[in-house]
Design a protein around this ligand. Structure first.
Ligand code: RP5
Length: 163
C-alpha cells in the first residue's frame, strides 16, 4: 500500500507556536485542504529537521508552512533542503515582539527563497490562504472555493461606519 502525505505540511519550532500556527490550519480547514502539523525544531531537534525537509517532497507534500520565533532558523533551514515552496511565519516573541523572528526569516541570502508573511496570527492565516492559492493553480475546485471565500469576505465589509 502506498501512502501519500497531505499537500500541506505545517511545521513549527515549539509547541508554544501552535496557538499562532493553528490560524494557518484553520484557514486550510475552511478551504478543505488537508495538512499535517508537527513540531520540528532547528535547534532542539536538528536531525528531525533534516529528515523532514529532505523527505518532504517524496512524502507527497507540495507546500510547507514553517513558523518559528526568536532566532527563527527553521523556515530557512527547511528551504535549504527542499525544492518545495516554503512559507515562513514569524511567531511573536516575548523579548522583541516578533521583530527578531521577522528579520531572521525574511533576510534570506539570494538563492534560497522563503516567502515571509506578517508577524503572528495574521501571518499564519495568510500562510494558510497562500498555500491554498498555490495549490489552486492545479485544482479548479479549490480555486472556486477561494473565489467564494473572497466574495463572502467582501460582502461582509459594510460601507457605512454606523449600524
Ligand atoms: C523557537 O523558540 C520556537 O519557534 C518558539 O517560538 C521559541 C520559544 O520556544 P519555547 O521556549 O516556547 O519552546 O525555537
Amino acid at each position: 500500500m502506498t501512502t501519500s502525505a497531505p499537500p500541506v505540511a505545517i511545521v513549527m519550532g515549539s509547541r508554544s507556536d501552535w496557538p499562532t500556527m493553528k490560524k494557518a490550519a484553520d484557514a486550510l480547514d475552511e478551504l478543505g485542504v488537508a495538512y499535517e502539523a508537527k513540531v520540528v525544531s532547528a535547534h532542539r531537534t536538528p536531525q528531525r529537521l533534516v529528515e523532514f525537509a529532505t523527505g518532504a517532497k517524496a512524502a507527497g507534500h507540495q507546500v510547507i508552512i514553517a513558523g518559528a520565533g526568536g532566532a527563527a532558523h527553521l523556515p530557512g533551514m527547511v528551504a535549504s533542503m527542499t525544492p518545495l515552496p516554503v512559507l515562513g511565519v514569524p511567531v511573536q516573541s516575548k523579548a522583541l515582539s516578533g521583530l527578531d523572528s521577522l528579520l531572521s526569516i525574511v533576510q534570506m541570502p539570494g538563492g534560497i527563497p522563503v516567502a515571509t508573511l506578517a508577524i503572528g496570527e495574521a501571518g499564519a492565516r495568510n500562510a494558510g490562504l497562500l498555500a491554498a492559492q498555490i495549490l489552486s493553480l492545479a485544482d479548479p475546485a479549490l480555486a472556486s472555493r477561494l473565489d467564494a471565500q473572497r466574495a463572502a469576505q467582501t460582502d461582509g465589509v459594510a460601507e457605512s461606519v454606523e449600524d
